[in-house]
Each structure stands twice: as structure tokens, then as C-alpha cells.
Design a protein around this ligand. Structure first.
Ligand code: ZN
Length: 190
């Protein structure tokens, strides 16, 4: 059965059985934090369980590689809004080992686009409009370095309140073990 049908069938039962009742919470994070992490499939339930969060505890922003690719893009906006409007008082940036964005083969991604119908003319037009497609798609070489780079992007953002701690973590997607890259409490400006 196609996925959407499965989802809708499950949802009907979910509502009928009132399975949502033990998940009811508010939009303000109980643990007063916002977490930026990767969209990796292994970090769905493992993520919250390994960190000890339950529904309602933390705001979660996810993208490919837990990366802030633009200082005025949607990821940075989400972090700023979480801090200034939605009750978050700390930021956690968490990369993970074995990330699909680590050493991503951009040429291969572009070849796949071409094989699926994106023309060279389209790619050339995008390049001529000033967008470097290689740079747009590129991931990172080292997850620890990527976490540090993103911490610095937030910390040095002109709209960031430097009294907000930014923690840097790397999680092992196999067993949930955490490595601390930065303890944000040691870097806040009072
Ligand atoms: Zn990842």
C-alpha cells in the first residue's frame, strides 16, 4: 500500500484510540532549549531518547547535516525565533557520526539530477544567475569542525544574544553516545 494511504489509515486509528492524549503538551519547550540537528532517519526516536527529551521538552530544527547554510536563511531564523519568541534559552547544535552530508559527492548528485531530467541549460542558467551549485549542495569533511563552524555562525550573528549558551554535540547514530564539542556555559557573555 502506498505510504500516504498507510499514514492516513494509521492516523484515523490514532485519533479514534485517543493515542495523542499522553503526548499533549504546549508550544513552549519545557527544557527551554532549541536543538539543531540532522534529518538522518536514525535520529528520529534515538535522538530524544538518548538525550532524555520527551514530547514538549525541546524545539527541534532539522536539516541535511545540521548546517546553517545562510545567515538569513530559515535555519538561522528558526534559532532566533526560538530564542526571542518561543521560550528557548539555550541552543544545542548536534551533528552525528556517519552523516550523509559528510564527504557528499556533489558531482554524483548533479549527475543524478541530469539523469532525472534536469538539463545542462538549467544548471548553466542557475550558475549564470550567481548561484554556485557545487557550493549550494556541498556538505562537510569533518563533523566536529562542522559543529564548531555552525556554533560560530550563530555566535557571531549580528542578531544573536551572546548571553545564550550554545552547546555543541556529536551523537553516534548507532548507540546514541554523545561527545561534547563545546559546553556552551563556558562561552557565554554575561
Ligand atoms: Zn546527517
Amino acid at each position: 500500500m502506498p505510504l500516504l494511504n498507510d499514514i492516513l489509515e494509521h492516523n484515523t486509528a490514532f485519533i479514534e484510540n485517543k493515542d495523542y492524549q499522553n503526548l499533549i503538551t504546549t508550544k513552549t519547550p519545557n527544557e527551554k532549549a532549541v536543538l539543531l540537528t540532522c534529518m538522518d532517519t536514525r535520529l528520529t526516536e534515538l535522538l530524544t531518547r538518548a538525550l532524555g527529551f520527551k514530547n514538549g521538552d525541546v524545539k527541534v530544527v532539522k536539516n541535511a547535516g545540521a548546517t546553517i547554510s545562510h545567515p538569513y536563511g530559515s535555519t538561522m531564523r528558526s534559532l532566533l525565533v526560538a530564542i526571542y519568541a518561543l521560550g528557548a534559552e539555550e541552543i544545542i547544535i548536534m551533528g552525528h557520526k556517519d552523516c550523509g552530508m559528510g564527504n557528499l559527492d556533489v558531482d554524483s548528485v548533479i549527475d543524478t539530477m541530469k539523469n532525472r531530467g534536469v538539463s545542462q541549460l538549467t544548471l548553466d542558467t542557475i550558475e549564470h544567475s550567481g548561484i554556485d551549485i557545487q557550493r549550494f549542495l556541498r556538505g562537510f569533511d569533518d563533523v566536529t569542525e562542522n559543529v564548531r563552524t555552525n556554533i560560530n555562525k550563530v555566535y557571531n550573528h549580528p542578531l544573536f544574544d551572546k548571553s545564550v549558551p550554545i552547546h555543541g554535540l556529536v551523537i553516534d547514530p548507532h548507540n546514541g553516545a554523545l561527545e561534547v564539542i563545546q559546553n556552551g556555559y563556558e562561552h557565554i557573555k554575561q
